[in-house]
Design a protein around this ligand. Sequence first.
Ligand SMILES: Cc1ncc(C[n+]2csc(CCOP(=O)(O)OP(=O)(O)O)c2C)c(N)n1
Ligand code: SF4
Length: 285
Amino acid sequence: MPDIKDYKGQTPAWCPGCGNFGILRSLKRALVELGLEPHQVLVVSGIGQSGKTPHYMQCNTFNGLHGRTLPVATAARLANHEMVVIAEAGDGDCYGEGGNHFLHAMRRNPNITLLVHDNQIYGLTKGQASPTTAEGTVTKTQPFGVPSEQLNPVALAVAMDAGLVARSFVGDMEHLTEMMKAAIAHKGFALLDIFQPCVTFNKVNTYDWYRKRVKPVGEDYDPEDRLNAFETALIWGEEIPVGVLYRNPGRPAMEERFPVLAGTPLVKQPFDLETGRRAIDSLAL
Ligand SMILES: Cc1ncc(C[n+]2csc(CCOP(=O)(O)OP(=O)(O)O)c2C)c(N)n1
Ligand code: SF4
């Protein structure tokens, strides 16, 4: 049985009180509770405070370019469909720089879990507005207030018929761990948008701000009712629903659409250098 200590990586350099600590702890707990050993897991990230997560874990890891976590995660999953692939991203990283990849990952539906550390700000670069920063918010680079409308990532994901769409808050680590387990267990693309207070650069969306608003969906909530899920995803204000907001277990995962991936993972298939060389030569102009 795996133990949480098996996943221990470098000591985090996040600010004391940062919401990222709760995400890191919950992820390790979720993996252990699912019985996954570090060698079975790949954690991929882009750039940002969220992007440092792989440094703080002991498993297969890859820290890539800003906004590019999803293409790397998708390619890794196609190369080895036995690997559990977790993509970590910030709200700026995923919904800003990586917005195009976010849309196309939802269309393709690879079996990966996307954890968005949604602190509603660019943390690493010291507090510029991100796509989820509320309109009108004053930041160092938007001294007259953010002029654009706030992106609603969960409504967008329901509209895109993403495999699983969930939201949680680091202030309730039990809930967060359960949501991570549901996202990882889902066969297909799973988005988990996580409210992660940036205690240094976001003085609006604090632990208290979230605590007053987040409200788990009830036991009788049906995540497979897409119209209701869309209405629920649109609720934002004094009350913000959290939980598995939408699920479509019927969509085939990307891997299932390629017959070549049905059996042995590509990384375990024999590689013939001569065939590879001929394929490359045939592409040369
Ligand atoms: C293509 C590109 N644009 C901009 C940057 C500079 N940059 C590094 S981190 C960062 C902000 C990260 O914010 P976010 O993705 O919200 O993550 P957080 O740090 O809040 O976790 C930016 C703009 C970069 N590294 N690459
Ligand atoms: S700047 Fe914000 S997101 Fe970055 S480590 Fe500090 S509290 Fe966390």
